[in-house]
Design a protein around this ligand. Structure first.
Ligand code: SIN
Length: 523
């Protein structure tokens, strides 16, 4: 199949791009699963935009930069916060139903590290509501063709330029889509970890596809661990939105003590990485679980404001307005990804990236809550503009350094080859909330060996086994995260090295990148 514009992914970034491209040519949208099955659909908290009377783009930028812990790209942040309200306004004009009070004014929610209320939300299912509206619009566009259940395996690179993708269709047959411009909007990668809030589709394919095609990836050591996923044996790690704490929910230990103030002056609304680590430390200190409690809030308000969370609770026999809710950290969001400029251009001509798969630099080392939907929206639209321009690549930004670890990692042939579940388990243990050189070296050795083995299974494109490709992409992303985490010998944002617990601006105010050169070597 040949088209003008190819979009891989059906979340907010891909759909917003498709809408902008509608009059510019033929568009093909490939989704890995059913339409709507993406991280976007699971976003509970909302979308942050400086739209309140007490707010401004400058204040939103300042909060974003503070959360990013010294590594935000301030130009990209300005684009995000200044253009955000316009794109959010457009969503409302298209029919997105954000919460409003009885006079019709927007009700803005509060989340950690925001100094003012600025989170537009639709109950606790904001992503689903935005996805509904965007899909409705995309379906009505005659220039857009959507192919679902398409597992993209490789980017086609011809003459140094990305010319489309190869994929397995629903029936397992291999096919290709060729395009003048290809946008990766494949979303997140937190399925690389055993404990995650993300749906099964969030396996980081876009990062792996771009990397193997020769594109530069950046900041992959920065993974955000959400502090409050449901933590009950046998139940999925359902997200217990930060908006719960924004509306007054408290974290308590097994003895019923609200402990967060002992760890941070921000208490329950301290930055996410701090709350996540504090929960683990409190569990170790007390030997018991940590819980969220809403018992002091009005139960009718809780049911009205958080209907999906209340419904999930009912399904597993929990009354979330009254009962203690066992919670713990889980991998949630990738700050790093395919290195882009503020137009979604990557280091490869013909290839663009937007949304969670991209590293625009807006999040630095730690994303401010509810900035992710905004990023997908703003940069999805901007990538669509760039896709209509003559080919250009993102310039190499300043402060980049190779993430090749300096530690001595033995020959990959010496490592143990791991199955997918073992990779996810290893990542959780060695590259999760608390990282050390010893654990990371062991992890990199195993992941080097596993990735070599996985590559042998899929190259030279001999296998028609989709599972082999899934494994190959998962291991690629896991290995890139672990290598960058080993290289960065400091703690900052989502990256915490127990052996280097301080932030070190003198040596590490840099972005770690990885890229395969023409000879297959990383640099
Ligand atoms: C949440 O609702 O807690 C998640 C929102 C986000 O990740 O920004």
């Amino acid at each position: 199949m040949t088209t003008d514009f190819l979009i891989v992914g059906g979340g907010i970034a891909g759909l917003r791009a498709a809408i902008s491209l509608a009059d510019a040519g033929r568009i093909c949208v490939l989704t890995k699963a059913d339409p709507g099955e993406s991280n976007t659909g699971y976003a509970q908290g909302g979308i942050a935009a400086a739209m309140g009377d007490d707010d401004s783009a400058a204040l939103h930028a300042a909060d974003t930069i503070a959360a990013g812990d010294g590594l935000c790209d301030e130009r990209a942040v300005s684009v995000l916060v200044e253009q955000g309200p316009r794109y959010v306004g457009e969503l409302m004009a298209w029919g997105t139903r954000f919460a409003r009070d009885s006079t019709g004014r927007l009700v803005l929610g509060r989340e950690a590290a925001h100094r003012v209320r600025r989170v537009l939300h639709a109950g606790d299912a904001t992503g689903r509501e935005i996805g509904r509206v965007l899909w409705e619009r995309v379906r009505a566009l005659s220039s857009v063709e959507t192919l679902t259940h398409a597992l993209v395996t490789e980017l086609l690179v011809e003459g140094g330029r990305v010319a489309g993708v190869a994929y397995f269709d629903r029936g397992g047959a291999r096919a290709e889509v060729r395009a003048n411009a290809t946008l990766l909007a494949t979303g997140g990668a937190a399925q690389v970890f055993r404990e995650t809030t993300n749906p099964a589709v969030a396996t980081g394919d876009g990062i792996s596809l771009a990397y193997h095609a020769g594109a530069r990836v950046a900041d992959l050591e920065f993974v955000q661990f959400h502090p409050t996923a449901l933590n009950r044996a046998g139940a999925p790690r359902f997200l217990m939105s930060e908006a719960l704490r924004g509306e007054g929910a408290r974290l308590v230990n097994v003895g019923g003590d609200a402990f967060m103030k002992r760890y941070h002056t921000g208490g329950d609304l301290a930055p996410r990485d701090v709350v996540a680590r504090s929960i683990v430390r409190e569990e170790e200190r007390t030997g018991g679980q940590v819980f969220l409690t809403l018992a002091h809030l009005d139960p009718d308000y809780v049911a009205r404001r958080f209907p999906s969370i209340a419904e999930m609770g009912r399904r597993i026999g929990l009354d979330v307005a009254r009962d203690l809710i066992p919670v713990g950290p889980a991998a949630h969001y990738m700050m790093g990804g395919v290195d882009t400029d503020e137009w979604g251009r990557t280091s490869l001509p013909g290839l663009f990236a937007a949304g969670e798969v991209a590293c625009t630099g807006v999040h630095g080392a730690n994303r401010l809550a509810s900035n992710s939907l905004l990023e997908g929206l703003v940069f999805g639209a901007r990538a669509a503009s760039a896709m209509q321009q003559p080919p250009a690549v993102a310039p190499l930004k300043a402060d980049r350094r190779s993430s090749n670890p300096q530690s001595r990692i033995p020959n990959p042939e010496m490592g143990r080859v791991l199955a997918p579940a073992a990779v996810r388990d290893l990542m959780w243990r060695a590259a999760g909330l608390f990282r050390t050189r010893e654990d990371l070296e062991r992890a990199v050795m195993a992941l080097d060996a596993t990735s070599l083995d996985a590559e042998r299974q899929v190259r030279p494109a001999t296998t028609h086994d989709p599972d082999a490709w899934r494994h190959f992409h998962l291991v690629t992303v896991a290995r890139l995260i672990a290598r960058a985490a080993l290289r960065r010998e400091e703690s900052r944002g989502g990256h915490f090295r127990a052996d280097f617990p301080e932030r070190d601006d003198l040596h590490w105010k840099v972005h770690l990148t990885d890229q395969i050169d023409l000879h297959g070597q990383t640099r």
